[in-house]
Ligand binder design. Sequence first.
Ligand code: ADP
Ligand code: PHD
Length: 473
Amino acid sequence: MATSLHISGVQAFHSTFSKTSFSFQPLGTQQRLDFAVPLVSVPALRATLKVPSESRDLRISCQGGNANILELCETENQGFEELANQLTCVMKFGGSSVASAERMREVADLICSFPEERPVIVLSAMGKTTNNLLLAGEKAVSCGVSNVFDLKELDFVRSLHLRTVDELGVDGGLISKHLDELEQLLKGIAMMKEMTPRTKDYLVSFGECMSTRIFAAYLNKIGVKARQYDAFDIGFITTDDFTNADILEATYPALAKRLYDDWNSDPAIPIVTGFLGKGWRTCAVTTLGRGGSDLTATTIGKALGLREIQVWKDVDGVLTCDPNIHQHATPVPYLTFDEAAELAYFGAQVLHPQSMRPAREADIPVRVKNSYNPKAPGTVITRSRDMSKAVLTSIVLKRNVTMLDIVSTRMLGQYGFLAKVFSTFEDLGISVDVVATSEVSISLTLDPSKLWSRELIQQASIGYKDVCHCLDA
Ligand SMILES: Nc1ncnc2c1ncn2[C@@H]1O[C@H](COP(=O)(O)OP(=O)(O)O)[C@@H](O)[C@H]1O
Ligand SMILES: N[C@@H](CC(=O)OP(=O)(O)O)C(=O)O
């Protein structure tokens, strides 16, 4: 006869587990128990299964989808208590949400208004800090070492952070080392008269490193125990593609181990730098592309198998259109991961284009909320939604698109023509966005971030008899 067990007290693993009951034959202590659920990206873990009818727990260890029963013990409700104390969700606050001391206070109040949650907090740099750091770097290239101190962008970053520390009443020493180092770095750029992508990433990392230190100190000051983490020190391992690095799989188990180990030994709300990682070969600081803190949040959600990922913005959720273009845009209550990814990919500034991937893989809902208007329901992004009444979800405007028209009578009734066209794109390393074909023509749009692709196409089309038109739309 099958016995039904309920999972409880699970530590550091994928969310699928916490929602599932398993059925299996009664087991002896040395027998194997095979789960029919995927253990995404968590190579090894420990868990406790509760046998309700016998008020005892089975301790198990899992490896590659198999679980070994290690021991049977009489532990009353210990498993349930462990679960009840685990981290529950991610809350990511963007630059606009933490732009000043006043905003930081409001965000702290907002976090405290959810006493039932034990969140991991992800923060971006304060306000326009990233833009100012980049501008300061660009100016430093040509301004001369002696003028670095007076750069207005450096002054903006310095005074914003010192003012915030002062207004929140936390120790200024927390960020003085960073401000000194930032000035040294800009002097280095001025001396070398160049700013490489690697230097750029190191330069912008000061924004998130300072905002998280200030915020963690403020939470501790008001009696909410918090611990600051630099993402590049806790397992965010990325490719070495500076300014646009990709998260590598090794990140998930490394993060889970570090954050759960610390939480289990000394619980404190983790305050993690968004946007940053560590290149796996260079070990240098990398960034995940502009707006990358959303990706930091969903990566943590997947690594820890949390219940929900919240991204707090300055708008009431994902809107039907960019509010800067159409001021009467309204919030979209539900989206699928695929819809959100597509909107982001085609330029909706509200989410990072890669950020839906970890959430979709781990099937964790993402809630987009407004930190200025927490009562607004926001947008919930899940795997599927009721599409029966969906007509048009949201409109995105993408500028600087290059459109390519290829007209040829050789396509009529032929095969392999498209393959030949796309192999040319592959050879040239050009990414294609949208394709429309008829019997006599193909129209394509090309990634606007690669404007040089237009010249490449023109070179490649020399020698073709077919007609190629390139238009910038
Ligand atoms: N479809 C859209 N829905 C919501 N916001 C959008 C949309 N398209 C563009 N935006 C812009 O994205 C901004 C929110 O994203 P962002 O500034 O990155 O927030 P944060 O810095 O807080 O993470 C909004 O202020 C809005 O101007
Ligand atoms: N500070 C980085 C990362 C980020 O995600 O910021 P925000 O959450 O404010 O878009 C940027 O400006 O790109």
